[in-house]
Design a protein. Sequence first.
Length: 200
Amino acid sequence: MNRTAYLDETDVARILRDRLVLGDTDAGLGNELAINQLIAHHSVIFKPDSLLVWVSTSPWQLGKYIAYDLNKIFNLRFEDAGHEIYSAERDIPADTFLFSHPYRQFERFRKMSRELRELKSRGQSLPVGFANGYMGTNPRFYLTYVNLCEYYNEMENYDQALQYCNLALDCRLPGLDEKKDLMAIKEKLIKKLHNGHSRD
């Protein structure tokens, strides 16, 4: 906010859509440290002095912000009910990120994350190239590697699980709790490997 002397509604929308973490660093799409974690249903921008409101549309604040002029709304007559009440000429356009390759990769990351959970729950092997393809969808996000670590841990391939645990620890983590949890997982995996409890 300090970078701009005066913030208009477009500047505020840009801030609410910011996917980078502190220091303008890319820590992966969906990271909790970002303002836009790509999980929010809505955000609302208020301009109290002129009674204007903008409400975001899906997905995750990336669609256009629809404008409402509260002066008009508060003066509506009963017979106006049933008509559109937004002010389309004041809408804030959708984020261009929505039409980009990184956004399509993030959609693929979400889809592959679901597939990975299903494969883990059924105890099935990953298709050839799945892990590399999955890492390519969101390579800077720690959860990419945590998910793979959990899969291989469940499959009792502790060597692979440890590799992905280390990759997760190399990423920008949301906080000390996540680091502590990952270090505990790492310690357990090392013990299992020392005791010879791993299968390919």
